[in-house]
Design a protein around this ligand. Sequence first.
Ligand SMILES: [Zn+2]
Length: 316
Amino acid sequence: MRVDPAFIAGLPKAELHVHHVGSASPRIVSELARRHPGTVPEDPEALRRFFEFRDFAHFIEVYLAVVDLVRTPEDVRVLTYEVAREMATEQSLRYAELTCTPYTSVRPHEDGVGMPIEAYTEALEDARVAAERDFGLVLRWIYDIPGESGLPAADATLDFALHHAGDGLIGFGLGGPEIGVPRPQFQPHFDAARAAGLRSVPHAGETTGPQTVWDALHLLGAERIGHGTSAAQDPALLEHLAATGVPPTTRRCSAPPSTGSTSWQPTCWTSTRRACGSSRGRRCGPASPPTTYAGACSPRSTTTPEASTRPAPACQ
Ligand SMILES: [Zn+2]
């Protein structure tokens, strides 16, 4: 059966694994490059070539160059609002959980660069309110630790989440490289975040083996696994994920294309999802298995670490 792509494009959707800066389309990157001339080209054709990834390391290099374009609160506001515009108008998204990395914008351990966390939060929240008003798109945030920056970044990100976040924050995550970044060191941070009612959604098992996924489950209290592709190597792990209702947000492009692609755009759908429906801020609560938790539908869900291990919270 052939399905009309326009029909698919028009279906209301929820996006649960998408990164804030990583969602910037060439149009948005071009605008940011115009605001901060230098390393990233503004010209569309030059920008297309800039996005031709040679390998994973080059992908990270390009990604960080774009991250470096987000320097002011107005950059954060423009990026977020324009990403929301494209999500809603081009992909019919109605709900999205954006993984944000405030550490790379605030840069608390570097002098003379970065923005105050209060300004970062205000810009995010302004864009969230405006996106819901203008596009009917409900945005929520997941603050993630950039794993490559280690424990100082984890300490700062936890502080941002506990003491400086706006109403849109619902989750706590961990991203960046996995090799050389063991998950157990972040257990105290996830314990504290979960105790404050944030959902645990770390990346694990994309570039390392299934043990990283086990660590995310047992030590970080993961309720969703970012990518988790290596779980396929461990039948017992797959059974555990299925039995406990912890979904991996595995995407068709979990690994970035290595050559000749300009597809670094938010077009990769999660494998497990729940559309939270209305933009009226629905509450999440327990539901019956085998339904799996995928989306936290309202800010600051009030689940305790114990409650968060219950099967299948769902939208009500
Ligand atoms: Zn991710």
